[in-house]
Design a protein around this ligand. Structure first.
Ligand code: HEC
Ligand code: HEC
Length: 262
């Protein structure tokens, strides 16, 4: 039987809280999304380290096309992890480079990531825009206008396939965006606060509540912390939004993404 002496316990605790704080910093968010300077750096790094296998345009030579990854709903952090760890059993190498360099490469890949931007000829863009403003803009921004409960949708149609966007509306909980995980906090007096989890560490959580206020809580203030599986994005089934109007809204989003493509 191994007995831990107090010093060992202290050391154990120390390394535990150190690990916990590292985990808190390692939030799976890309600090460089849309940051032109970093995207350029990422592009140069990609050219030097990845292009021999993935091609100068990232469309693949001996290795897969990387411009279609986001269309499948992958999160930036997952790509980061693949690049960090490599693909065991293949020639795709692990990369020991600093986090910043990997995030810059991921931001670059995201910026050149494409799905075909074709505005559906049947979509009524004007109606799509009006519906978006009355139904979606309370929670989503487009070109700097709108709420922040959900992700910015300015370029969403350029990186997600139409099927994926449709499923985001019809069945939002099937795939919940990484920085918008739903959470319910129960305070000691029984008050429940619902929101999306923005960050957490060993002692506290930060959330955006359903009034779109950023709030921080110490864990000691909470009776319970519930990680929900149901997205804060409402379900838009065919009663709430007809196939036609869904198509109008997607047409509007494709048009917005096309106009901001360059
Ligand atoms: C020596 C060749 C080689 C180099 C260099 C290389 N890769 Fe790869 N990469 C591959 C191969 C091969 C695969 C496919 C592995 C498999 O799934 O079998 C791959 C897979 C990937 C994937 C997963 C693609 C998917 O569809 O799941 C990503 C992301 C990726 N590479 C990014 C990069 C980045 C970024 C760099 C540069 C930092 C890089 N790779 C450097 C060969 C390479
Ligand atoms: C009450 C707030 C709210 C409203 C209203 C809302 N959304 Fe969302 N939406 C969210 C949240 C939160 C997420 C992130 C969680 C998730 O992915 O389910 C999200 C996610 C999304 C995504 C997925 C984004 C991605 O990265 O893949 C799309 C697309 C989307 N919403 C479109 C819409 C459209 C179009 C409307 C209007 C018809 C709308 N939303 C209305 C809150 C909202």
């Amino acid at each position: 039987m191994m007995r831990l002496r107090p010093l060992c316990l202290q050391l154990l605790f120390l390394s535990f809280s150190l690990l916990a704080s590292i985990a808190a910093f390692a939030q799976p968010t890309n600090p460089f999304i849309g940051d032109i300077g970093s995207i350029r750096v990422g592009g140069a790094l990609f050219g030097a380290r990845c292009a021999t296998c993935h091609g100068a345009d990232a469309q693949g030579i001996v290795a897969p096309d990387l411009t279609r990854l986001w269309a499948t709903g992958v999160e930036d952090y997952r790509v980061f992890q693949i690049v960090r760890e490599g693909v065991p059993g293949s020639i795709m190498p692990a990369s020991p480079a600093p986090d910043n360099e990997l995030w810059a490469i991921v931001a670059y890949l995201r910026s050149i990531s494409t799905v075909e931007l074709v505005v559906d000829a049947n979509a009524d863009l004007q109606r799509g825009e009006t519906l978006f403003e009355s139904t979606c803009a309370t929670c989503h921004r487009v070109n700097g206008q709108g709420g922040s409960m959900g992700p910015d949708l300015t370029r969403i149609a350029a990186i997600r396939s139409k099927d994926l966007l449709t499923s985001a509306l019809r069945d939002p909980s099937a795939l919940i965006a990484a920085r918008y995980k739903p959470i319910t906090l129960v305070l000691h007096d029984g008050t429940r606060v619902r929101g999306t989890l923005k960050s957490e560490d060993a002692f506290s959580v930060q959330i955006m509540d359903s009034d779109q206020q950023l709030r921080g809580y110490r864990l000691s203030q909470l009776r319970e912390l519930i990680r929900d599986t149901e997205s804060l994005m409402p379900v838009y089934d065919a009663n709430a939004l007809s196939d036609n109007d869904l198509n109008n809204i997607l047409g509007y989003l494709v048009n917005v993404a096309t106009l901001t493509a360059n």
